[in-house]
Design a protein around this ligand. Sequence first.
Ligand code: GLU
Length: 473
Amino acid sequence: MSASSLVTRFAPSPTGFLHLGNARTALLSYLAARKTGGRFILRIEDTDEARSTDAFMQALYEDLHWLGLDWDEGPDVGGAHAPYRQQLRGDIYQHWLEKLDAAKLTYPCFCTPAELNIARKRQLAAGKPPRYPGTCRDLTPEQISERISQGQAAALRFRVPSGEIVEFEDVVHGAQRFNTDDIGDFIIRRTDGSTAFFFSNALDDSLMGVTLVLRGDDHMTNTPRQILILNALSLPVPRYAHVALLMGMDGAPLSKRHGALGLRDLRERGYLPSAVRNHLVRLGHSCVTDGWLDHSAMLKDFDLQRLGRAAAKFDDAQLLHWQKEAAAHLSVEEFSTWTAAQLPTGLDESKLMPFLAAIRHNVAFPQDAAQWVKVVFGSHLELDPDAQAAVKAAGPEFFASAASVLARGAADFKQAVREIGQTTGKKGPGLFMPLRAALTGVTHGPELAPLLTLIPDAEIERRLSSAQQLASV
Ligand code: GLU
């Protein structure tokens, strides 16, 4: 690691499956670390014990690995700052909470959710931003003991100093300035004893040596609170990069509601991780290259200075574009493995390879291969409505001529088509389209010649004769 190496982290809460918004944060953080020869840490923020599950944690590892990310430190790989699950860091939190206590920067708060709610409503009604009104700030030691002896549960609040300015330079948004008078005392330990996000998240970043916190800009207003805590503990403060939230096509920030935009769901639908990466790296970050980025090209292209402020929108059409690119960039072996489930079993190599070569640029998802398997290796071809129309428009004589020319073999398809053109007087699309329609059942698809060399002559004959029949009704 050099002086310019960045230590970044991804800090998900295992309360659901990863969606594209989290995945984008993970990818950008990963690229920032890898680009600078730094370290990338995975930390599991599972202090909310009721909602965090092991199953979601395992799913997180799987989904991140599927996306092509790896990490230098994390719950599953260990590291110098273990443990990496917040549930296991209770002693560490206790140690630092005591330091805040000793500095008289904390106090127990006995306010119930109902009381806080009333205070909040009152402030909103008065046109003020809601913040903790300080009800328990100045309780005497006697009042505190009395309430504890009555069995009242207490949360722990951080005492925000008054009249101070917290400033930081956000990598994306530039200089930020917050007045502590606008920040109410906030909870750092909940009534159930678990530490709250503001505290454990900031503390862990600092203790783990994180130098750049890259996260969604919904966290921007949390940052001054976190800086206050770190300053109070004389701990190093990382740099922050708050990236614009990722929106769904409906314009709402991506959340668990957008189930279909879960990484898992995309994977099950046949999306390739490299396609997802190429789309994600362009959301909230502008690339110099418009074209395909493989792993090393993506690292080269990535630049923190090109993280954008405008809300980025996930786009189906863009993802599909990158999916096609990703499929086209698979090696022959990868393509063959990817489509294996759709291919006829026991197919001879001599047929398999030319078949894959013929169809590969028309396959965006493995399931797409099935259609071309039917066209090439199947019988009983069905024509879609466009194909039927093209066949009818060509007329029966066209197919009679085509059949007699192709009866001599389809090996030299170009020559055969030329002859069909000469005998029928058709040219251009009027010549190619009906042939394609009759022989493949659709009006678009891979180049015809390589497909036809794989279709048995008898099947070609049968298709042309069916087309002739269809064209004569
Ligand atoms: N656990 C937090 C979240 O998932 C982490 C936020 C952060 O990156 O600081 O929102």
